[in-house]
Design a binder for this molecule. Sequence first.
Ligand code: MIC
Ligand code: SF4
Length: 644
Amino acid sequence: MGMTIAEKIIRSHLVSGEMKPGEDIGLRIDQTLTQDATGTMAYLEFEAMGIPRVKTERSVAYIDHNTLQSGFENADDHRYIQSIAKKHGIYFSRPGNGICHQLHLERFGVPGKTLIGSDSHTPTGGGIGMLAFGAGGLDVAVAMGGGEYHIAMPKMLKINLTGRLSPWVSAKDVILAVLQRLSVKGGVGKIIEYGGEGISTLTVPERATITNMGTELGATTSIFPSDDITRQFLKAQGREDSWIELKSDKDAVYDEIIGLDLSALEPLAACPHSPDAVKSVKALSGIKVDQCCIGSCTNSSYPDMMRVAAILKGKTVHPDVSLTIGCGSKQVYHMLAQNGALADIIASGARVLECACGPCIGMGQSPKSGGVSLRTFNRNFEGRSGTADAQVYLVSPETAAVSALTGVFTDPRTLGDPVEISMPEKFLINDNLIVPPISEALMETVEIEHGPNIKPFPTSEILPDKIEKMAILKVGDNITTDHIMPAGAKILPYRSNIPYLSNFCFGVCDKEFPARCKEQGGGIIIGGHNYGQGSSREHAALVPLYLGIKAVAAKSYARIHCANLANAGLIPLQFQDEADYDKIDQMDELCLPNIRKELEQGTEVTMKNLTKNSTMKLTAVLTAREREMVLAGGLLNYTKQAVE
Ligand code: MIC
Ligand code: SF4
């Protein structure tokens, strides 16, 4: 039987398990990446494993998230990561070099290889035919140490692209159209493979925009074939020797195939507060705009920025709009400076930011109260911008740039002739902000620099026979990790200080949550569907662990967060009967009377509601390996046990 692209890469990297949908599989990982907001924790965990040198083909540590240094914390963390990189054979991308996903695509990604990154948008690498997954920091640490990466074997969904994009319609509109159709849960348990004649009209940066936001569909990952367009891109990056051809077999079998006609698409926008709340820009035309932000790992490539510069050329940003622009990498920024496009951007009155995540993760540029912000980013969750009541819309760079000029939501097609930007034959290559590993002899002499902000991470204990706790918090559907463990300029500097971070846990939903946990000695969280969607931050599991949370009972889970809970030794439970969700009120006394015995035997778990005097059945969303992990008190304990 023929194979899909993803199946081919999985087959060639399979270490354990069977390639049957839903089965636990262990994959050999060729490359890893970390960023600074998750990296500090990932490297603390790596240090705890005591492995002298990374065992991957390539591991890269990027500094791109926590670049606003309003205290010593971020700078200390950067130094810590730099010293770790030096000691353990890891490439180090210095602050200012750009955003991990854009940079990895440019300088390190290789078609047909596996990549995991401690960032949920790692699937950006699928734009050049990598099988790339977002993962928790601990999973990345294990992979750096040569361990397998475990996932449930996904189903295969093919999106067949036909036609070609009309002028002023862009890759962002493609993925927004997919989100409109499939929703933020539509990709759960699936790998999305793009194919059809339409793919030959899409450049690598356009493909990467699409795979990047596959994360917002909840997909395990997304991937494009590696074809001549990929080869041209790698050649222009001086890396043609990394290219291999990669395509699905003619008789490959997909679990689901859907078609998308590129010619029929129009400019789209995701409305507050969800990436799947999609409407046409036309329908939103005329809404007054306060801010436009262009950049992020979704839309900060050379052609994106060139198109924006061409739109802004000779014009002035509307007086009521603040326009920020951040290139995805130093390469893009430098090329724009050399060819004069940066001058057009500056002259228009745009506020040029350093090459980093910036406003995407609330690192500055929070909109005014109730402000309407058009962003080329990938997430518009409530409060993520740093302004609780901001109205954030996700749009293409074209829509953002045009609207910044008019001051109102504007369909870029009203501008007339489109701007034509072609891919460069050669990108400007200067890797002077990438520090390569040093020789093994020298590595031993490196001292790790621990700043005072780095506190030990919480560890869990062997699972007890019984858990008796309160329903300490009850929340609804689509709770994101930005709800559980908010980010932003004020909180992100404490990613390596879990005790301090815990004061902000669930702050978006319930400011009293941390205090209540401390008073009651933790509890069990009750959630709705798609609990934990969004980022890969394991802090959304580690901080609840620190606060004494023992389990979550929800209707369904997002993949990475569910794995992070298990890694931390917390039990992700799913209601067998969704109606049971309604039978628990916050502060009910709950009991899992036989939890240890039940998990030793399987996944069915009994929960008693002592307040309401009722009993319900739940399923632990754990593979056999994860059950052992939870019984042992999390992945680190489990790994230690395996070594002993
Ligand atoms: C995000 O976009 O939410 C982040 C910040 O990049 C996160 C990682 C983090 O929380 O540090 C992600 O997507 O995984
Ligand atoms: Fe950075 Fe935003 Fe991309 Fe996350 S989504 S990696 S914060 S640019």
